[in-house]
Design a protein around this ligand. Sequence first.
Ligand SMILES: Nc1ncnc2c1ncn2[C@@H]1O[C@H](COP(=O)(O)OP(=O)(O)OP(=O)(O)O)[C@@H](O)[C@H]1O
Length: 279
Amino acid sequence: MAVPAENTPAAPASAPPAIAFEGVTIRFATPSGEIHTVMSEVDLAVEEGTFVALVGPSGCGKSTLLNAAAGLLFPPAGTVRVFGETLTGINPHAAYLFQQDALLPWRTVLDNVCLGLTFRKVPKARAAAEARRWLKRVGLAAFEDRFPHQLSGGMRKRVAIAQAWIVNPRLLLMDEPFGALDVQTRQIMENELLELWQETRKTVLFITHDLEEAIALADRVVVLSTGPARIKGDYAIDLKRPRDVAEIRLDPAFNALYKRIWADLRDEVLKQEEGAHGA
Ligand SMILES: Nc1ncnc2c1ncn2[C@@H]1O[C@H](COP(=O)(O)OP(=O)(O)OP(=O)(O)O)[C@@H](O)[C@H]1O
């Protein structure tokens, strides 16, 4: 049975959240010069080691929130804290995975996976050895000399995952990382991500349009309202782990959670649709 996240035991006072948005407001100027408030006074704390999924209607500000967590944009009001420290530049603890992978097309798979270590001045031989270890871990040991265009979508995603994990980030920011994959590949990748997460227990903030994916993967699903975004709902997902994303969908508790969260999300999606059609 799901309980609201606010009813779950609090983390020890000594451990600050991995990421905390405190009263975060974000505005953009529109081309006509008007100010568009994307989110207003958002408070959200993500405890270290948890997997949190963010869902919300299209355009409500999910990616914007992730960009604020990455230190790619700074809110005019409110604070973003990372492991207790106010974020004032690029988040040094975070790795970012986008829907479109950001592999360099002119570099081999091995060189792409090495990138983060190379930037950190890790000696070449050590970086290559570590990259090979990661390529083995994601099942791509035989593909290190390939270029990204010679890989399938799922394989490119595995390279991107190895690229992110190799630098041992404390926080993974994932913006619909599997959105562009076919259904079967997506399920395989979701299970691989869960396996890796289970081993490493990194903090994950994961955006998805797909509520089923959110429930199957996460410890907690946060629903954002249509703009200006605020936290509409916050649900603890206490389904058993380890999980298989296909099997967990058959669990009656999964269905019950889906119904509850969808009731929240559906209202916001309808409001967004009405707004988009000028109702
Ligand atoms: N750099 C920017 N300048 C101006 N407006 C922006 C900028 N970035 C985002 N926006 C606006 O902020 C709002 C939220 O965008 P965002 O991409 O965060 O939404 P989202 O929930 O991730 O959308 P989707 O689910 O469709 O990917 C949108 O109205 C978008 O047009």
